[in-house]
Write a protein that binds this ligand. Structure first.
Ligand SMILES: [Zn+2]
Ligand SMILES: [Zn+2]
Length: 123
């Protein structure tokens, strides 16, 4: 890996030079570490709330893979419009049913507009 060049410490008023990736000198590196810790905690919180909604990283990966294979909104296509899909929708609402949730035959690509319309219709 290329070595970082010598830079002044990011802590204001600190005269030290550092090569550390954090941009802080040894004495002030803790500032960076605390920032990282905070960032990690927020990420962890986001991950947790996503899990609680039933959308874990597994779904995220599956969803992205599905959208790559089915990039266009199926509802729009029925009207001969070609809209990039951003949502993988469950044709039959899964209501927490794992089998229905993971059944790819029950998935369809929708654009946000069509998905919102479907949600507004209540199914
Ligand atoms: Zn410093
Ligand atoms: Zn659409």
């Amino acid at each position: 890996m290329a070595q970082h060049s010598l830079r002044p410490c990011k802590k204001m008023g600190c005269p030290e030079l550092t090569r550390d990736e954090s941009g802080y000198c040894d004495k002030h590196r803790y500032i960076y570490e605390e920032q990282q810790k905070k960032r990690w905690n927020t990420m962890e919180k986001d991950r947790k709330s996503a899990r609680e909604r039933g959308y874990d990283t597994r779904w995220d990966k599956a969803r992205k893979g599905y959208l790559i294979k089915h990039p266009l909104c199926v509802e729009c296509m029925k009207e001969r419009r070609y809209t990039p899909a951003t949502v993988v929708d469950h044709i039959k609402p899964h209501r927490g049913n794992k089998q229905l949730f993971w059944d790819r035959d029950n998935w369809q690509s929708l654009c946000k507009r069509c998905h919102d319309m479907k949600t507004a219709r209540g199914n």
